[in-house]
Design a protein around this ligand. Structure first.
Ligand code: ADP
Ligand code: MG
Length: 567
């Protein structure tokens, strides 16, 4: 737990001393683990959603994992025999690359230790098999799913992603202030996408009353994949609402460090190459600083949550650090509860249960499912009208939509918001190809080669994208129908990260499969009028998921939390 509270952002290792020559040849998984066993059973995993761990339709796993993958298997704690891609000579600082078998008992021991560590350190989620696990804290806990070893990632690309964080923060802030840009960019989408339209309605109302947010707080996470062929770090998306796992991502880094402290010498892996991850401390600090700016000692942080939340411990970690270290209390409410209980005072103060609200921190409200009735929309509007600091405001929320991401990638648009040419170049370098469906050439190309594209609707939270043949079918249908429904989507270049054999642990069971990884970099931004109080990179999240063929429109298999092993 202590390590989670570590406030240092520095790498846990000195870059001068820790990088052992020759290790760049390491495969993406810190120690490449290859199962020799054949697939012999089906998996019962889950799809990863941004803030969620969901049960997939059975077909996902039968089609993409159990049948396609020679690595797929489900074994109780005794894993398959593993082979390591690194042979160690760590003491001399020169690992020799090659294959060395890890004793099966060692793998079992590591998994066992990892499960004990997770239970003792609050690296947990609600267990889907237990009904009340998403409602009542302390009931039905299970360890969060994790990769047994950290993911090997080039230090230069990690630094690149970290350097982008403050630039994206500034960009979001500038874009959020340009109400006309947001409205114009989303005007076609609005006609065909009821959810975006409702968000824009609230935004328009705020523009009409000339609502100004002098204190602005952003807790963002920019997600990237490293394209294997071009070696370019390309942005998947920028999350400006409900950036998940600031709590659990710190814990998985600590878990991996703990494992490497014990087994690193045997495995030829140096625990100091796992960068310190203090996302939860930095997020809590940014919230605390915003609370100070709000300047009402009686005020609390209102955490907007979904009625059922199996990822609640990630959220509780943040609130617990906020309370214990900064003495700021938080109150958890659903949108429906806010509609029923919240009051707006004439001076704009939002009261919940009589308590004034300093900051509204959204861990819900990013998907249409969060608004089953008018009640939830009333709550969202009421909060936006209040004087509380919104994290995010409706403008920040809209600035993080996929349509805006695509608009920003157009020529000369970044220049409207950023002055520094180097910053502009850095941001542009991480943009993958992004297009509107109004471009007939690109639509033609995507129909021809759909495997090179991803089609994305204006949705958050995972599981919405269209891949492969479904891209072609959807584009042909839209072309045939000739409606404006095309405005609900953007097209994005498909990124192909390297695929590596990985050992994943879920529900106390160890699996092996081919997987891909996605890096998320957390950042915080706080300003009060012209004074930028916080603008920093805050830590990272690695998510690793089973690579799928994407045939049949399958997005992914199950995913796990992971950390970084810098090479
Ligand atoms: P969401 O808001 O639903 O999280 P994302 O844009 O993050 O939407 O897409 C969900 C997932 O789909 C990502 O986490 C990533 O694994 C995959 N994905 C998204 N865009 C691409 C892309 N261009 N190439 C490859 N995979 C992608
Ligand atoms: Mg995402």
């Amino acid at each position: 737990m202590g390590a989670v509270h570590s406030s240092s952002l520095a790498l846990s290792t000195s870059t001068d001393t820790c990088f052992i020559p020759g290790t760049s040849a390491l495969r993406p998984r810190a120690s490449k683990v290859v199962s020799k066993l054949k697939s012999n059973s089906s998996l019962s995993g889950r799809i990863w959603r941004d803030d969620k761990i969901l049960d997939p339709p059975v077909s996902i796993f039968t089609s993409t994992v159990a049948q396609d993958s020679i690595f797929a298997q489900s074994l109780p704690l005794r894993c398959a025999r593993l082979e390591m891609a690194t042979k160690n000579d760590a003491v001399a600082g020169k690992p020799t690359l090659g294959f060395v078998e890890i004793d099966q008992d060692l793998v079992d021991e590591m998994v066992y230790d990892a499960l004990v560590w997770s239970s003792l350190h609050g690296f947990v989620v609600g267990d889907r098999n237990i009904e009340r696990s998403g409602k009542v804290p302390g009931v039905g806990l299970v360890h969060a799913p994790f990769a047994l070893l950290p993911f090997s990632f080039p230090e230069s690309h990690f630094r690149e992603a970290c350097e982008l964080a403050p630039i994206f923060n500034e960009l979001v802030d500038r874009v959020s202030l340009d109400g006309k840009f947001l409205q114009d960019s989303l005007s076609r989408t609005e006609k065909v996408d009821a959810f975006t339209s409702r968000l824009l309605d609230i935004h328009s109302k705020m523009m009409e009353i000339n609502k100004k947010h002098e204190i602005r707080l952003g807790l963002h996470r920019s997600d990237y994949m490293l394209d294997e062929q071009t070696k370019l770090l390309l942005q998947i998306e920028l999350n400006t609402i409900s950036s998940s796992f600031p709590g659990l991502s710190c814990l998985v880094s600590e878990l991996h460090r703990s494992l490497l402290n014990h087994y690193g010498e045997t495995l030829g892996l140096d625990p100091r190459r796992i960068p310190t991850n203090a996302a939860v401390s930095h997020y809590a600090e940014a919230l605390a600083k915003a609370w100070i700016e709000f300047n009402n000692p009686k005020a609390a942080v209102l955490v907007v949550v979904q009625p059922e939340e199996r990822n609640m411990y990630d959220q509780h970690w943040l609130c617990s650090v906020l309370r214990e270290r900064h003495n700021v209390r938080s109150v958890r409410k659903t949108l429906a509860e806010i509609d029923a209980e919240a009051k707006l005072q004439p001076d704009g103060t939002l009261l919940v249960g009589g308590v004034p609200v300093a900051i509204i921190y959204f861990r819900a409200g990013y998907t249409p499912n969060d608004y089953p009735s008018e009640s939830e929309w009333r709550a969202r509007l009421l909060m936006e009208e209040s004087s509380a600091i919104k994290c995010p405001s409706i403008s920040y929320h809209l600035a993080g939509t996929k349509k805006i991401q695509q608009e920003l990638a157009k020529p000369n648009v970044l220049e409207r918001f950023l002055e520094n040419k180097e910053d502009i170049a850095k941001v542009r370098k991480c943009f993958a190809g992004l297009w509107s469906l109004e471009d007939p050439d690109i639509v033609g190309k995507a129909i021809e080669s759909p495997e090179l594209f991803v089609m994305k609707p204006q949705r958050e939270g995972g599981g919405n994208n269209i891949y492969g043949d479904n891209v072609r079918e959807t584009l042909l249908r839209l072309r045939r129908e000739g409606t404006e429904e095309d405005a609900a989507y953007i097209l994005m270049q498909r990124i192909f990260p390297s695929i590596s054999p990985t050992t994943l642990v879920r529900d106390g069971i160890c699996y092996k499969d081919h997987a891909v990884s996605e890096l998320g970099v957390y950042s915080a931004y706080l300003r009060n009028k012209e004074n930028v109080i916080v603008n920093e990179q805050c830590g990272y999240l690695m998510r690793t998921k089973i690579s799928s063929s994407n045939e049949g429109g399958v997005v992914a298999g199950f995913a796990v939390l992971d950390s970084l092993y810098l090479t």
